[in-house]
Design a protein around this ligand. Structure first.
Ligand SMILES: [Zn+2]
Length: 209
């Protein structure tokens, strides 16, 4: 079942079906949206909706479905309603995606110390810093005594560490500075020493850095 079908099932009160429950157990996206789907299901299942659909929301959705399918025969009302739930779930899901769309995305190019590596950073500008999701591939696991470190660097050369990791993968980090003040994003391989700054072993960097 797709995520849309799962959300429709949740809206129709079938969250406890094994196939739905199993999906919810492993899909954080659907878990995050399940409560909205449930609320939508309760709203659409309200008997008032069957007799007097809300002119603002339900009517528009139902007529949109009619127009889209172009059918002259009237399907049983429940199926129309189920279709409306599916459409509304898609709207909820779409809203969720939109709200979580990053403010910026940059691709990182391989540096001299990791010519096979690549990466993408998605960033969300926040009032007091920057939330980032870093995806890195093609990096070998760091040896004991070393680690990879993500840096934000200002035009005047000030560096801020945005976190460390040991291997390729997906990491969520928060830096206490704005990307507009620290535009360069790059990754180095660091020895575990007392030096708080970046080494010269660059593994990923902005293509134009
Ligand atoms: Zn899902």
């Amino acid at each position: 079942m797709s995520c849309a079908e799962i959300l429709e099932a949740v809206a129709r009160g079938r969250a406890d079906d094994p196939s739905v429950a199993n999906h919810l157990a492993v899909c954080p996206d659907c878990r995050a949206r399940a409560e909205s789907a449930r609320a939508l299901g309760r709203y659409l299942a309200d008997p008032v909706m069957w007799e007097e659909p809300s002119p603002v929301l339900a009517d528009r959705v139902l007529s949109a479905i009619d127009t889209e399918s172009g059918r002259k025969d009237r399907p049983p009302r429940w199926w129309k309603l189920a279709g409306a739930v599916a459409v509304l779930c898609a709207l909820v899901a779409g809203g969720w995606t939109w709200a979580n769309r990053p403010d910026w995305t940059v691709e990182l190019a391989p540096g001299p110390s990791a010519p096979q590596a690549g990466g993408v950073v998605k960033g969300w500008n926040q009032p007091h810093g920057t939330r980032m999701v870093l995806e890195v591939w093609g990096l070998d696991p760091a040896d004991d005594g070393s680690y990879y470190e993500l840096w934000l660097t200002a035009p005047d050369g000030r560096h801020v560490s945005a976190g460390t990791f040991r291997d390729s993968g997906r990491f969520e980090v928060v830096a206490g500075v704005r990307r507009s003040d620290f535009p360069r994003i790059w990754v180095t391989l660091e020895p575990a020493d007392d030096d708080p700054g970046p080494t010269s072993r660059t593994v990923l960097d902005l293509p134009d850095a």
